[in-house]
Structures are given as structure tokens and as C-alpha cells.
Design a protein around this ligand. Sequence first.
Ligand SMILES: [Zn+2]
Length: 233
Amino acid sequence: MSASFGLFRLQQIDSQIAQVETRLAKIQKTLEDNAELQAALEQVKSAEEEQRASERAQRKSEDEAQSQQIKIQQAESSLYGGVVRNPKELQDLQADVASLKKHLTVLEEHELEDMLRTEAAQSVAKEAQSKLSQIQARLGGEHRQLFEEKESLVNELERLQSERQAAVSAIAADVLKAYDELRQQRRGVAVAEVSDNACGACGTTLTAAIQQTARHAADIVHCPACGRILYAV
Ligand SMILES: [Zn+2]
């Protein structure tokens, strides 16, 4: 067995660990990143605020129109009640009624505008609420799946960590240190398998002598181009 076999095994485990960790980080981010949900919640909130404001305005304009109608009724009952007989006074009352009615028209216009505004606001709020419900339903399903995947990845990670411990225990401390340093320098890959007479990581063609050493020697041999530890079956 070559010296690099234990390192190659360790490299395989470390690559798997790195893969699992990358996926776990991505899942975590997806679970935390709920920008879409936040936006939908904001929309519901502002639509409901608008709805409440327009409902308040509508009630106010209804009250104003109603009290205007009462004023008109009172003025008309004075006008036609027969109590006031003075022509000048009657004329004034008539003018009052006309002006009160004219203002009522304006108030009723406001009432109508507010009613339409309320209806529009209600429909916007209803739409925002239904969009929010859709997002919540969809995210619920997606998140459940992600939680399940996360759980199985965490188990896998534990298994890999104990495999790693076993693999590391068979490697000399100085070799392990060199391996760790190489991994940091070479984007996580310190050991390359020889395949088709070339370094499996950088693709450089290797001499027969180098391949022979990688296969059998007790010493560790490095790729002359990328410096990775070579392993050959
Ligand atoms: Zn190489």
C-alpha cells in the first residue's frame, strides 16, 4: 500500500464534509431569507391601513351628510310649519334651505367618493391577503422539505466526522499538517488521483517514474505542476 492511500481516503472524506457543509449553509440561508414573505406582509399591512383610513373617512362623511339633512328638515319645518309668518323671515329661511341643500350635494359627493375609495381599498387588502396566504402555504411545504434534508445532512456530517477521526488516526502528525496546509492552498483538494497518466486535479501528464512512486513507494510524491500529493491505484 502506498503512503498516499490514507491521505487519499482522508481527502475523500474531507471533500464530502465540505459538500455537506456547503449544502447545509445554503439550506440555512434559504430558511432565514424570507424577503418574499416580508414584502407580502408589508403589503397586507399597508393595504389594511389604507382600508381603515378610508372606512373612517366614509363614516365621517356619512355623519356630515346626515347632520346636514337634519338641519334641512329643521329649516323646512320652520319654513312650512306656519309659525313664521313674516315675509322677510320666510325669505331668509328659504334662502337658508337652498344653501343647506346646495352644501348637502357637496357632502353627498364626498360620501360617494369615500365609499368608492373604501371599496377599492377593501379589494386591494383582500388581494394582498390572498397573495400572502399563497406564499405562506408554498413556503410551508418548501421549508418542511428543507428541514428534513437538513436533518439527514446533519446525521451524515456526524458519520463523516467519525470516519475522519478514524482516517486521521492512521496518519503521522507532520504528514497531516502538510496535508491541511495543501488543502488550504489548493481550494480544498490536497490529494489528486492519477488518472490517464495525468494528475487528476490539474491534468498535467506525469512521468512513469512519478506514477510508479505514487503507486507503491512509502514516500509521498507531489504533482510537479500543482504540488498536490499524488495517489495511484
Ligand atoms: Zn497536478
